[in-house]
Write a protein that binds this ligand. Structure first.
Ligand code: AMP
Ligand code: MG
Length: 418
């Protein structure tokens, strides 16, 4: 640890409390100011079977026309459209069938007036023809086709470049690749694609009182709820979670763990101003503690900063605070570092409050609600440690810092958990 480094004014706030808290807006502004643009993100090249849901790093341009040749869109007969003008069931036009045209094989000779070629969907149109007559508009008399209705030139023919033109940008940088996008890439002969590398996110769980995730709590020990929750959130946001054993509330151990081989370090626990809360001081001493203490509830002891090239998020150990601080700050950064929209992935609904929602002026509130029909009911039990409040809830409402809350019947926007 370098003792000479200038430290954050709040560097050692243990047992003194927060002097003042940063506003949510100021914390987000700092975060956005340090997030790189899409063009500066690290990339990797992957094959078509590995890129579903990944983010395209560069514009992709087609080098070919699709289709690359005029092709039949129906099973029927290739002929000259113009020659069929005037054909009716009372006065059918007879044409000589001179062969069959199948997909993948060109027809060997020019088709003349008075001739037609049996053709299958996807087959190249023979030279001398410009339209396809569907089977149901004809009947057969041996090898003579009788045209019962006219077809115009170009009818039932897929024209060169009709789907994709050579030189077109088929997918722009930043595109989150959907299955059909991958099909299109394949169709223009692109087999490997440069995508944004998924940010590597070290999930660092601290706390002497914690048992490994999924362990039955015993005595005064509690099971780690945040590790698996954060891993799922990171994966949802396009990051690659890196997990390891729980780290004790020991400055040396936490200090080492902060230097993870990762783009982002999420530290759960020890972020506040208690005696065992070492993380703020460590980050301030080793790197930059840009924000510590945010005017919001829950999650007021959240913080963030940088350590060399890593973004570090201090997430309070209380599970609801941990979830909320992740969603406000860390998730935004992970999505942006993976080239995704930094917006919340939550669907929004507008509903009315079934009862009053109280809030304190000067801080942002993250209020969990149950949605019933077109009404939202704020949860009564909503302490930061009551994680089941977030599973009982369908979503949350953000009450802005300048609001005292909302009366019953007020229209509110609910972000639905997913
Ligand atoms: P801390 O932020 O370390 O002061 O922890 C605040 C509260 O959250 C304490 O009651 C901790 O026991 C609890 N806590 C800390 N980490 C976790 C975790 N990973 N899972 C569940 N509860 C936790
Ligand atoms: Mg702790």
């Amino acid at each position: 640890m370098s003792a000479s480094k200038p430290t954050h004014p709040n560097a050692d706030v243990r047992m003194k409390g927060f002097a003042q808290r940063t506003t949510v807006d100021a914390a987000l502004a700092w975060l956005d100011s340090v997030l790189p643009p899409l063009t500066n993100l690290p990339t990797e090249e992957l094959g078509l079977y590995e890129i579903a849901g990944r983010v395209l790093a560069r514009d992709l341009t087609s080098q070919v026309n699709v289709p690359g040749f005029a092709r039949s869109m129906m099973d029927g007969f290739a002929l000259q459209g113009e020659a069929t003008y005037g054909a009716t069931s009372y006065n059918p036009l007879p044409l000589q069938i001179i062969g069959t045209c199948l997909p993948g094989t060109p027809f060997p000779r020019q088709v003349l007036r008075g001739e037609a070629v049996r053709i299958m969907t996807g087959a190249p149109l023979p030279a001398g023809t410009d339209a396809v007559l569907p089977v149901e508009m004809s009947d057969l008399d041996g090898e003579t086709l009788r045209v019962l209705e006219p077809v115009s030139s170009g009818k039932h023919v897929g024209q060169i470049g009709e789907d994709i033109r050579s030189g077109d940008v088929v997918q722009p940088a930043g595109r989150v690749l959907r299955p059909q996008d991958i099909g299109v890439l394949s169709s223009i002969g692109i087999g490997r694609v440069e995508v944004v590398r998924r940010p590597r996110v070290r999930v660092l769980i601290t706390g002497n009182e914690l048992l490994a995730a999924g362990t039955l709590p015993a005595g005064y020990q509690i099971a780690d709820a945040n590790g698996p929750m954060l891993a799922a959130l990171v994966a949802r946001d396009g990051g690659q979670p890196i997990l390891s054993d729980i780290v004790r509330d020991d400055p040396a151990a936490i200090g080492d763990a902060l230097y993870a081989d990762a783009d982002v370090v999420l530290v759960s626990g020890g972020s506040s101003v208690g005696q065992e809360d070492h993380v703020p001081r460590l980050l301030a001493a080793e790197g930059e503690l840009a924000i510590h203490g945010v005017a919001m509830r829950p999650s007021s002891p959240a913080g963030m900063g940088r350590l060399e090239n890593r973004l570090v998020f201090l997430l309070p150990g209380n599970p609801v605070s941990c979830l909320c601080a992740y969603d406000f700050f860390a998730g935004r950064a992970i999505r942006a570092l993976g080239g995704r929209s930094s917006d919340w992935p939550y669907r929004r609904v507008r509903v009315r409050l079934s009862r009053k929602l109280v809030s304190t002026v000067g801080r942002v509130d993250y209020a969990r609600v149950i949605v019933r029909g077109d009404e939202a009911e704020p949860l009564a039990v909503s302490g930061a440690s009551v994680l089941s409040s977030t599973t009982r809830a369908d979503g949350f409402i953000i009450v802005p810092a300048d609001s005292e809350g909302q009366p019953p019947g007020a229209e509110v926007e609910v972000f639905l958990y997913q």
